[in-house]
Design a protein around this ligand. Structure first.
Ligand code: SF4
Length: 741
């Protein structure tokens, strides 16, 4: 563990889209302090508790520092060569016995935070030829990706709320007080909301919980989980009914407004109010507020996505923005103008291609935009038959905690013939692996927020150099991904020419953005992710295009500025964004409208007495920061939040154990009684359940909590996108004895 500098070290916390700059000091080779970097051009001194634990994450004794091979129940350290040889034996064995269709990959969202893994995951999949791709996307934002693919022609052109210039911020299903911004990069969302209110604007939160964000807003609209699509149809109805629709400068760009009007005519607020648990007048007033505000930014996040009607709800957010003239305008929703648009380096998902790319083996569920639904993961491993998953590669993923039907997922993982994990921990998922290939620690690798800047309305960047050298002989993360991909695809480890593979990969990216690969390689001959980042910057809107654009920026420009560089702000750019076959914004895609009858059926059915939603916590990053002692201090956080009226009905008092049963499973959690919920809604945090035998995360084990995804039925999907439904799960509650489960 060699320290690369004893000076103050400036970098960006990689854990979320907040992109907070930090200043790190060291003493005797160890991190002594992590403080906010007040000179960081983006975050200006903001940091949350997670960011200050970068040193603890790096020094964590449980973090893996060498490849690991499992022999029976015993793990042993291995050399990289040994580990890759074992991968070859296992992966090729599965291919020979069952064919490549028995291989799957499960990708986690921490890939986005890992410099080398992030830039090579796509190439890993290409080399590996894996057809069954599961990821956290289908527990997270797949509905938004689908809506954007169909509306704008590009799943990643997600419009972002312009909080700093808006007059009204409306948040559906998001809680920046805990998550900062999610698919919404902002230096400090809560400060942005405070500033908005100071300048006379308003903030409104629509959510089943009065979240930390709702408490700082002007209004909380408590809504029944899973009903946002109906609510938003009521808003759209009001806009048309009261002649409030104004497309503004988007008038020539929008196709389908008449179809939306015809659809929304059937959804007066009075029709859907009871379903949503919201008075019709509240829905109408919100529609008026949005249309009358000089500008309004309507933002929908994860609570809108991982629910029964995730696609309809996520789509309607953008429909409301467009109908009120708040799409592609300052103060409304805008598209980023990223300085290093890495997504442009690969061919985009074709805008004229079908969004359904296949069907799962067991249930026949559509694979949308190349993704198999995470809700089908367990059955694809467990159900016998041709094509059953027998070999798996997980990358920075913990589906044993984060995927629906988590109990069945764990059973399936335990039974695989071959499982290879790229991960820094031996955790609830990777304990089932046969080989674990660790990545470098957050402080041993460079960082650039490739998955945060596309969601920021200010353009710029801050490059973070590594603070420590990885251990001697370390295989760089990007090489791990390339090598593993090639082995998966059938290559023999000893025959792989990594340099040639990487040059080919890089040359393809150069050609994608119209650059002669020879010119680019002349400027940056060293293989690896830095030359890819350099290519993205140079070919971005501010880049030098390898000398074609004198005065433009490149990676060296950013390396010279440890506090980052800001280059500009978003501006209306619909003409650059829209790539649909019609060349228009498709406001009413048939693929989405086809889901309306399902919503109609739901409107007619009886409502369950109690439903479960999940919550995120400021001191957690999904499942994986629970091994940081500093973040785990204080009162136990894995509690079942329950409304006082529901607690009284059940005879439950604060701290009592409650048995929570869904159609999938049952768990027991201590009650936390709070009025910050809609009655009939209970809430568990996700990412807990660290008591699995064989996992080696000592701090997390001491605060195990329970796994909320043991309750999420894999059968519950948002049909158009295949996204898992983890919010709005019908549950039955009863006061439990301590041992009941
Ligand atoms: S986790 Fe997010 S908000 Fe917290 S310090 Fe890191 S980047 Fe900032």
């Amino acid at each position: 563990m060699t320290l690369l500098t004893t000076d103050k070290h400036y970098r960006v916390c990689p854990f979320c889209e907040g992109m907070c700059g930090v200043e790190i000091t060291t003493e005797a080779g160890r991190v002594k302090s992590v403080r906010p970097d007040r000179d960081n051009v983006w975050s200006r001194g903001h940091v949350c508790p997670k960011g200050t634990t970068l040193g603890e994450v790096h020094h964590d004794p449980d973090r893996l520092r060498s490849p690991m091979i499992r022999e029976g129940n015993q793990w042993r350290k291995a050399t990289w060569d040994e580990a890759f040889e074992r991968c070859e034996t296992l992966l090729h064995g599965v291919r020979e016995r069952h064919g490549p269709e028995a291989m799957a990959a499960y990708l986690g969202n921490m890939i986005a935070k890992c410099f080398g893994v992030n830039r090579y995951t796509g190439e890993f999949l290409k080399q590996a030829g894996i057809a069954n791709i599961f990821s956290s996307s289908t527990v997270d934002q797949q509905p938004k990706n689908l809506a954007c693919q169909l509306m704008y022609g590009d799943m990643w052109r997600i419009p972002i709320p312009d909080l700093d210039r808006t007059d009204l911020m409306v948040i559906f299903g998001g809680n920046p007080a805990a998550s900062k911004g999610s698919i919404f990069s902002h230096p400090n969302v809560m400060q942005g909301i405070a500033d908005l209110r100071k300048r006379g604007g308003r903030a409104i939160v629509v959510d089943p919980r009065r979240t930390g964000t709702a408490k700082k807003a002007d209004q909380w609209i408590g809504i029944r989980p899973g009903t946002d699509a109906a609510f938003l149809l009521g808003v759209v109805h009001t806009l048309f009914d009261e002649k409030r629709v104004r497309l503004g400068h988007l008038e020539p760009w929008v196709e389908g407004a008449a179809a939306i009007e015809a659809l929304a005519a059937d959804y007066p607020p009075e029709k859907i109010a009871e379903f949503c648990g919201v008075e019709p007048g509240v829905i109408r007033t919100l529609a008026r507020d949005i249309s009358e505000a000089p500008s309004a930014a309507v933002y929908g996040r994860i609570g809108l996505c991982n629910q029964e009607f995730g696609t309809l709800a996520s789509w309607l957010i953008d429909v409301v923005a467009a109908l009120t003239g708040n799409l592609d305008r300052e103060g409304g929703l805008m598209w980023s103008r990223e300085a290093a648009p890495h997504l442009k380096l690969s061919p985009p998902y074709p805008s004229d291609a079908p969004v359904i790319t296949g069907y799962t083996r067991v249930r026949g569920a559509p694979k949308v935009l190349g993704q198999s639904p995470a809700g089908c993961f367990a059955e694809e491993m467990n159900e016998p038959g041709e094509g059953r998953i027998r070999g798996l590669v997980t990358v920075a993923a913990n589906p044993a905690l984060s995927a629906p039907s988590a109990g069945a997922v764990a059973d399936g993982l335990a039974d695989l013939e071959c499982m290879i994990s790229v991960d820094i921990y031996l955790n609830e998922t990777t304990r089932h692996a046969h080989v674990i290939l660790p990545t470098a620690s957050v402080l041993e690798q460079p960082h650039w927020d490739s998955w945060a800047w596309p969601f920021a309305l200010k353009s710029g960047g801050h490059y973070s150099p590594p603070l420590y050298e990885p251990p001697a002989g370390w295989c760089p993360d990007w090489e791990v991904m390339l090598r593993l991909g090639a082995i998966c695809g059938g290559a023999r480890n000893r025959d792989i020419d990594i340099a040639a593979l990487d040059d080919d990969y890089f040359a393809g990216m150069c050609r994608q953005v119209g650059i002669d690969p020879a010119v680019a390689m002349d400027h940056a001959p060293d293989p690896g992710p830095e030359r890819i980042l350099d290519l993205a910057i140079r070919t971005g809107p501010y880049g030098d295009r390898y000398g074609e654009n004198p005065g433009g920026v490149n990676l060296a420009t950013f390396k010279a500025e440890p506090h980052g560089i800001m280059l500009g702000e978003a501006r209306p750019c619909v003409e650059e964004v829209v790539t649909t076959p019609s060349g228009k914004i498709e406001l009413a895609p048939d693929f989405i409208l086809n889901d309306i009858p399902r919503l109609e059926k739901a409107l007619a059915r009886p409502q369950p007495e109690t439903v479960l939603v999940s919550r995120r916590q400021l001191s957690s990053m999904n499942s994986w920061m629970h091994n940081v002692d500093t973040l785990m201090r204080g009162r136990h956080r894995c509690t079942l939040q329950i409304h006082p009226a529901d607690a009284a009905r059940l005879g439950v008092e604060e701290g009592d154990l409650v048995r929570i049963a869904s159609s999938e499973n049952a768990v027991v959690a201590p009650a936390e009684i709070t009025g910050d919920l809609v009655p009939g809604v209970v809430c568990l945090p996700h990412g807990w359940g660290h008591d699995a035998e064989g996992a080696e995360m000592q701090v997390a084990r001491a605060h195990a909590g329970i796994n909320s995804n043991r309750l999420s039925p894999g059968s519950a999907l948002d049909v158009p996108s295949g996204n898992a439904v983890v919010n709005g799960i019908p549950v039955a509650l009863e006061k439990a004895a301590e041992s009941a489960a």
